[in-house]
Design a protein around this ligand. Structure first.
Ligand SMILES: C[S@@+](CC[C@H](N)C(=O)[O-])C[C@H]1O[C@@H](n2cnc3c(N)ncnc32)[C@H](O)[C@@H]1O
Length: 216
């Protein structure tokens, strides 16, 4: 996501420090200490401007959410949104991490998370860039380490090519696709679906949303 450089970005992020998890010296033994109480742990990778993370944290007070974003200007918007919407969350259950997914093992120990979310990940359409796709088998192995046994990955995209590639990668990694659709908004799951910024934009233009729920 290309964005114009935010003015005073560092100060604006610092003003939301309560919601930010900085890189620890060693991976956190118990990430639940970041929240007001221990709960089921979920991680969104590539949260963009944070609508999904804010919506999920408000809708699921029984889950503690980390939302990771590598572009600090995007994370700044997400942090400010989450700060402004604090009263919509019954519990103190949302934190942000500014960093690249490749560094996740520097924050979290193996088998930490119950759920991972990938929403509208960059498609990297050139075949030479396939390893950068967040559903490439290299990333799936990273997620296998981070997820608890039997943990779930929830994936949404507007991009048919990325969806087909991802299904192939899930199969190659020996993962079970428990549910999939090529038109999420016309399924029974639509009622509980929390929209992302990209999803709102693409679906308003009439594009179908692809989704897969994958068990590790
Ligand atoms: C296409 S945008 C989608 C944003 C949001 N999920 C949505 O659906 O509106 C993809 C986001 O993932 C972030 N991203 C891509 N690769 C990443 C990585 N390796 N680690 C962390 N964030 C990443 C990008 O910076 C960008 O904000």
């Amino acid at each position: 996501m290309r964005m114009r450089k935010k003015k005073h970005g560092a100060e604006r992020i610092a003003a939301c420090a309560d919601l930010l998890t900085v890189k620890p010296e060693a991976p956190m033994a118990d990430p639940n200490v970041c929240f007001d109480a221990p709960r089921t742990l979920a991680l969104e990778i590539g949260c963009g401007k944070g609508s999904f993370a804010c919506g999920m944290a408000a809708a699921h007070p029984d889950v503690n959410f980390f939302a990771m974003e590598r572009v600090s200007d995007c994370a700044c918007i997400a942090l400010e949104k989450a700060t402004a919407q604090a009263e919509q969350r019954r519990n103190d259950n949302l934190r942000f991490v500014i960093g690249d997914a490749k560094t996740l093992e520097e924050y979290f120990l193996p088998h930490t998370f119950d759920r991972l979310y990938l929403n509208f990940s960059d498609p990297w359409p050139k075949s030479g860039h396939a390893k950068r796709r967040l559903t490439h088998r290299g990333f799936l192995e990273l997620y296998r380490g981070l997820l608890k046994e039997g943990g779930m990955l929830y994936f949404k995209t507007d991009n048919e090519g990325l969806f087909d590639f991802s299904l192939e990668e899930f199969a190659a990694a020996g993962l079970t696709v428990e549910w999939q659709t090529r038109d999420l908004h016309n399924t029974e799951k639509a009622a509980d679906n929390i929209m992302t910024e990209y999803e709102t934009n693409f679906s308003s233009k009439g594009f179908p949303i692809y989704s897969a729920w994958v068990r590790f």
